[in-house]
Ligand binder design. Structure first.
Ligand SMILES: Cc1cc2nc3c(=O)[nH]c(=O)nc-3n(C[C@H](O)[C@H](O)[C@H](O)COP(=O)(O)OP(=O)(O)OC[C@H]3O[C@@H](n4cnc5c(N)ncnc54)[C@H](O)[C@@H]3O)c2cc1C
Length: 398
């Protein structure tokens, strides 16, 4: 590989999928990389994410496709169930990008795999966060919560949807679109009634319950609801109490999931918010992953876009080593259509996906029957395609 940028330094803030992908590719293309992570240690947690579309090529270029595939959650398909658990419809799962993707993996397993394969020399500073950024013409200086400072040529902000550094630097340019949906993810004990499919239950009051197998001998559960109270500001005990009230008459496996969450140390709660921004870079600062464009599980593909962004960013920086603004613009132009594609949700989708009334639920069930018919299989397949493009990834200089 051509000797470019060997003296360039990057600070990456956030050590999840986007930050680790950026660290991986920047280090591979000759940058000195320091990763700052707010958590005191590497974060292993999280539920299902999937790697689809062009992100599969990124994994292949990392030589990690097989390593990630080997950690598949073991899920073989997706079914919609009624209150008794009987299957009322089955979503087609052929090909790599069905509702259950070929690369269906736990977030922590994906992140850990990248972490374990980082090129040598990447420095991690856990338990720290950025407190100030001085973005100058020649460099960017980052002051961290430990009181130290780091001088770099580039700051990659990959802090997820609620990124504080993004808000500090981009301020009013950050548009938040609240989808009015709360999702609570958690790991619960596996029981004999769990099988190898994603079981998906919808009931009145805008409530859903999901149970999915994993490769760790446990079951991954999600409770999600629309138009209800925002639990994100509450402490864990209060949030679980409110959740129990909301799901009191939901039926199916609600009680088991709530009991499981009460005992789980891996409960992750999110109020779905899209992040929309007209630009993802300013001076020497660039956004990657959810920090720049959170698409939420409603759009799907957040992990695929995060993974892809690290590669595309490093590739354009390698292609244009002497022109940072141009490289960042080209990064943005390449990523933009993929993001726009998943942020465009059909109008009223949340009302339809989360029916409040018996009538709404009946309409939804009718729709599910039509949607899952063999006749509409090609259309259904399109619904789960993300990070899908005819463009090939930019190549690294030979
Ligand atoms: C622990 C965890 C569990 C998750 N579980 C799920 C799940 O079950 N289902 C799902 O759909 N999505 C989940 N996600 C979100 C999912 O990983 C992302 O939507 C997607 O993969 C894009 O990743 P990202 O790297 O852009 O952002 P994230 O995965 O959100 O990662 C952001 C990282 O930045 C760190 N960070 C945040 N603020 C700062 C700061 N100020 N300074 C330094 N570091 C900071 C965070 O600790 C985190 O490690 C989870 C994320 C995390 C961190």
């Amino acid at each position: 590989m051509k000797q470019v940028m060997s003296s360039r330094r990057a600070v990456v803030s956030g050590a999840s999928i986007a930050g680790l992908s950026a660290a991986y590719w920047l280090a591979r293309t000759g940058w000195d990389v320091t990763v700052i992570e707010r958590a005191p240690a590497f974060r292993d947690g999280g539920q299902n994410v999937d790697v689809r579309g062009v992100a599969r090529d990124v994994l292949t270029r990392m030589d990690l496709f097989d390593a990630v595939k080997a950690q598949n959650t073991t899920e073989t398909g997706t079914v919609l169930v009624d209150a008794s658990g009987a299957v009322r419809a089955e979503l087609p799962s052929e090909g790599p990008d069905g509702p259950t993707a070929e690369l269906e993996v736990l977030r922590g397993d994906l992140a850990r795999t990248i972490l374990d394969h980082l090129p040598g020399g990447v420095v991690f500073r856990y338990g720290e966060q950025i407190e100030d950024v001085d973005d100058g013409a020649d460099d960017v200086t980052v002051t961290t919560s430990s009181g130290g400072s780091l001088r770099a040529d580039l700051l990659v902000v990959a802090e997820g949807v609620r990124s504080a550094t993004r808000d500090r630097i981009f301020g009013d340019a950050v548009e938040r679109r609240e989808l009015g949906i709360t999702m609570v993810f958690g790991t619960i004990p596996r029981t004999a009634s769990d099988d190898d499919r994603w079981r998906w239950y919808t009931t009145v009051g805008g409530r859903q319950i999901h149970l999915r197998p994993d490769n760790h001998g446990t079951t991954r559960a999600i409770l999600s609801y629309a138009r209800g109270e925002d639990l994100t500001g509450l402490d864990r005990a209060d949030a679980l109490t409110r959740l129990r009230e909301r799901y009191a008459d939901a039926g199916w496996e609600a009680e088991r999931v709530l009991d499981g969450f009460a005992e789980s140390d891996d409960v992750y709660l999110d109020r779905l918010t899209q992040i929309r921004m007209s630009t993802w870079h300013r001076g020497r600062v660039v956004l990657a992953g959810d920090a720049g464009w959170c698409v939420t599980p409603m759009g799907g593909g957040g992990a695929s876009l995060a993974l892809t962004s690290g590669y595309v960013l490093a590739a354009y920086l390698a292609v244009e080593p002497g022109d940072l603004p141009s490289a960042l613009t080209r990064y943005q132009e390449w990523m933009r259509p993929l993001v726009d594609d998943v942020q465009k949700l059909p109008p009223g989708i949340e009302h339809f996906a989360y029916p409040q009334t018996r009538l709404g639920l009946a309409a939804r069930e009718l729709f599910d029957t039509v949607l899952t018919s063999k006749l509409l299989a090609p259309l259904t397949a399109k619904l789960t395609q993300v990070a899908d493009t005819d463009r090939s990834l930019p190549d690294l200089p030979a």
